[in-house]
Write a protein that binds this ligand. Structure first.
Ligand code: UD1
Ligand code: UDP
Length: 384
């Protein structure tokens, strides 16, 4: 029996999307065996993704509660994960990103002396309140991890600045691009149609720091854009967090050109991005995917831990002030030159091989398999 078990923790929708290609790559390894632990910090949104990627969790902790608080979720995660980690006794644990599940799983691994691999390591805003609590989650996980799988060179450099040992940091690309490549073909089979002469604006929001007034200003900006442009339609898959859905439904529900819907499954969401003219979002994953699909993304935040797309000119930070959102979106809607400049399809986040690199690194350290250094040289230079 293969005893090199690698625990893969997934809690929320984006973790599952970005871990799915890694689970697939681990399934193909002759040296490692994935054990998928779903904390189910998210419930329906997690299940949607696991089903699409044909992943059945080995453990499901079923932890989501309606409108859960950070502290209660954290404490339940730590207790439940500890039991599972003791039972599995994995050779390593993989966590992805910056959620509460990631923080708790890293800590539990540390307590149980299991080395942690951090996927999407090194993202920083250097502002602990923005995004909250994710920046703290990343920093703490960065202290606990044995392997730091940085998506870009600048993410790796952030870690080196924090004196993380250089021989534990690897630029692999972001597994989100692996997932997008895996899913895109299937997404093309469920295309979203946009009528001739109409433009679709796709919107998502969910960040805690945008709850309340900032989210109301975003909704106000959407209403203003709709008023200014008769050809504009809005598709807004609403995050089920009640702090988001209550405001969005109150302010935009009932508008004849706004379609509010439940979270779309990943394939339908990719199809919606493909159909969209522009994307408005405070999401991390969407900031990475939209540029790869050639869609300008206006980021509803004041700062971002993903500066690469902004430097490439394919994403722009517009914050949550209505005037800034309206003027930037309006420009893209009316000025074809400005639009094409942002719709170049440049992706600084990966080449679709990140999972393969991560598995190769694990096989090398845990099982002594020789590393093919060539595999790593191509990607790092992509980040400039
Ligand atoms: C969480 C992560 C955030 C990540 C986001 C992705 C933390 C602190 N936040 O934020 O980093 O960007 O997921 O979407 O880890 N809910 C449901 N069904 C679901 C999912 C959520 O009803 O499938 C509702 C529940 O009422 C739940 C609430 O949303 O209590 C909040 O979920 P939670 O995971 O705590 O926070 P998110 O805002 O989703
Ligand atoms: N997504 C999805 N359905 C939706 C909205 C988003 O499948 O209705 C996907 C999107 O393609 C991206 C991920 O969810 O891969 C982003 O998740 P989210 O915005 O919730 O979290 P973040 O990336 O900000 O942590």
């Amino acid at each position: 029996m293969n005893v090199n078990r690698v625990a893969v923790v997934v809690g929320t929708r984006p973790e599952a999307i970005k871990m799915a290609p890694l689970v697939h790559a681990l399934r193909h390894s002759s040296h490692l065996e994935p054990v998928v632990i779903a904390t189910a910090q998210h419930r329906e949104m997690l299940d949607q993704v696991l089903e699409i990627f044909d992943i059945k969790s080995d453990y499901d902790l079923d932890l989501m509660r309606p409108n859960q608080s950070l502290a209660s979720l954290t404490s339940r995660l730590i207790t439940s994960l500890d039991e599972v980690v003791r039972e599995i006794a994995p050779r390593a644990m993989l966590v992805q990103g910056d959620t509460t599940s990631v923080l708790a799983a890293s800590l539990v691994s540390f307590y149980n002396n299991v080395p942690v691999g951090h996927v999407e390591a090194g993202l920083r805003t250097n502002d602990m309140r923005n995004p909250f609590p994710e920046e703290m989650n990343r920093v703490v996980t960065g202290r606990l991890a044995r392997w730091h799988f940085a998506p870009t060179l600048s993410a790796a450099q952030n870690l080196l600045k924090e004196h993380v040992p250089a021989d534990t940091v690897f630029v692999t690309g972001n597994t989100v691009i692996d997932a997008l490549f895996e899913a895109r073909e299937h997404a093309a089979k469920v295309p979203r149609q946009v009528a001739a002469g109409r433009k679709l604006m796709l919107v998502t929001t969910h960040r805690r720091e945008n709850f309340g007034e900032p989210l109301k200003r975003v909704c106000g900006a959407i209403l203003e854009l709709l008023e200014r442009d008769e050809t504009l339609d809005v598709l807004f898959p609403v995050h089920p967090n009640p702090n988001v859905s209550a405001i969005v439904r109150e302010m935009l529900g009932g508008h004849p050109r706004v379609e509010l819907c439940a979270p779309l499954d990943y394939l339908s969401f990719i199809a919606a991005m493909e159909a969209a003219h522009i994307v408005l979002s405070d999401s991390g994953g969407v900031q990475e995917e939209a540029p790869a699909l050639g869609k300008p993304v206006l980021v509803l935040r004041d700062e971002t831990e993903r500066p690469e797309a902004v430097s490439f000119g394919v994403a722009a930070l517009v914050g949550t002030e209505a005037s800034s959102i309206v003027s930037k979106a309006q420009r893209l809607l009316t000025d074809p030159a400005a639009y094409s400049e942002m719709a170049r399809g440049a992706s600084p986040y990966g080449d679709g091989l990140a999972s393969r690199r991560i598995v190769a690194l694990l096989e090398h350290t845990l099982c002594g398999v020789e590393l093919n250094v060539e595999e790593f040289s191509g990607f790092a230079s992509n980040d400039q």
